[in-house]
Design a protein around this ligand. Structure first.
Ligand SMILES: [Zn+2]
Ligand SMILES: [Zn+2]
Length: 363
């Protein structure tokens, strides 16, 4: 256990007000509602509460200053640890008025993963998913039952005051009413369908509209499609994480599509009109004479529509010149003729070394 003063970040001479102020700030920062499933924040929150419980009580503080402990046989931290989150909230709520004593939690956010094909991501689609979540009970419309009336324990305020009698005086602490969970109202006839909880687990189909232009790793947020809130409070949101499969031919960078297109040696030399696959079908494209391997030709507007609908990407066609591997006798002869022709041409123009320098060294 760390030193209580350093846990709260105050000096040994800190006033009661300083301690309270430091506690409020830290408790707000590490409150478990803000860090679900975060063990470290939970530990920190316990520690802060333990330190505050000791230092806010004059008697315990005096004992702690003198003896290094609060003088309690049972460590506060042990007792505290077993009480669970509800009680953290009680202490928290006793300092931060959440308004009218209402403490109904809003529904949790949920997350699902959806897999899309490459083209579904390009053009958008609608996906049906099956979702198991807490929904408002239809029998009681989320109220938990019928015959609603004010809670007699807290007289409708949702809060109760606990008093602690100590040798130093009587201390009062406000906490959430356990009879009505802070709602201030109870129902006379508990709903049998949801056992008074107002919410019930249901599996239902949800249709997710995926817009055109989404990419791998993007999240869609469906407002209010998460878990239903307690006692008709706000529902959580549903986050849909998208996974996009790879495509055999197309590759995507942002809104541009990339495709490798093989052409023959003679097409590269002489040029040609070819049919190129695009995500929308096929388009005709001219390959200029003298196209080198690795050249990128752009097909404007043949890419993906931007997810915001503001623009459309292009398709980049990367030309790959295939070097002939197996030649027929005739092809071989033709190539030899071509080679002979080239050699003579080179000879006339320049020496081979000059050409080498031009092509490679200065490229
Ligand atoms: Zn009550
Ligand atoms: Zn019900």
């Amino acid at each position: 256990m760390a030193d209580y003063y350093s846990v709260l970040g105050v000096g040994k001479d800190a006033s009661k007000e300083d301690i309270k102020k430091a506690y409020k700030t830290l408790a707000k920062k590490y409150h478990p509602d803000l860090h679900p499933n975060d063990k470290e924040a939970e530990r920190k929150f316990k520690e802060i509460n333990e330190a505050y419980a000791a230092l806010s009580d004059e008697g315990k503080r005096t004992n702690y200053d003198r003896f290094g402990n609060t003088g309690e046989q049972q460590g506060y931290s042990q007792g505290f640890g077993q009480e669970g989150f509800g009680d953290f909230s009680d202490i928290f709520n006793s300092f931060f008025d959440l308004g009218g004593g209402k403490r109904a939690r809003q529904g949790r956010d949920m997350k699902v993963e959806v897999e899309l094909t490459f083209l579904e991501a390009c053009f958008g689609c609608s996906k049906q998913i099956s979702l198991t979540k807490l929904e408002h009970c239809s029998h009681c419309e989320g109220r938990g039952g019928t015959g609603e009336k004010n809670c007699s324990t807290c007289k409708g305020s949702g809060r109760v005051q606990k008093q602690f009698r100590t040798p130093f005086g009587v201390f009062a602490q406000q906490s959430t009413c356990s009879t009505c969970s802070g709602i201030g109202k109870i129902v006379e006839h508990e709903c049998k369908n949801c056992k008074g909880q107002g919410r019930i687990k249901n599996t239902k189909k949800v249709t997710v509209q995926v817009p055109a232009g989404v990419a791998d790793g993007m999240n869609l947020r469906l407002s209010g499609e998460g878990e239903a809130g307690e006692f008709a409070s706000r529902a959580g949101d549903l986050f849909v994480e998208l996974f996009v499969a790879k495509h055999d031919i197309f590759m995507r960078k942002g809104d541009d599509i990339y495709v490798q297109f093989p052409i023959s040696f003679s097409q590269a030399g002489l040029g040609d009109a070819v049919i190129i696959p695009t995500i929308r079908g096929e388009v005709k494209m001219k390959i200029p004479a003298g196209t080198e391997s690795g050249t990128t030709l752009r097909l404007k507007g043949e890419g993906v529509e931007n997810v915001n609908g503001s623009s459309v990407g292009d398709e980049m066609v990367i030309i790959q010149v295939r070097t002939p591997q197996k030649l027929s006798a005739k092809q071989k002869k033709l190539l030899e003729e071509l080679a002979h022709e080239n050699k003579e041409k080179l000879h006339v123009e320049k020496g081979w070394f000059d050409r080498f320098k031009e092509d490679y060294l200065h490229a």
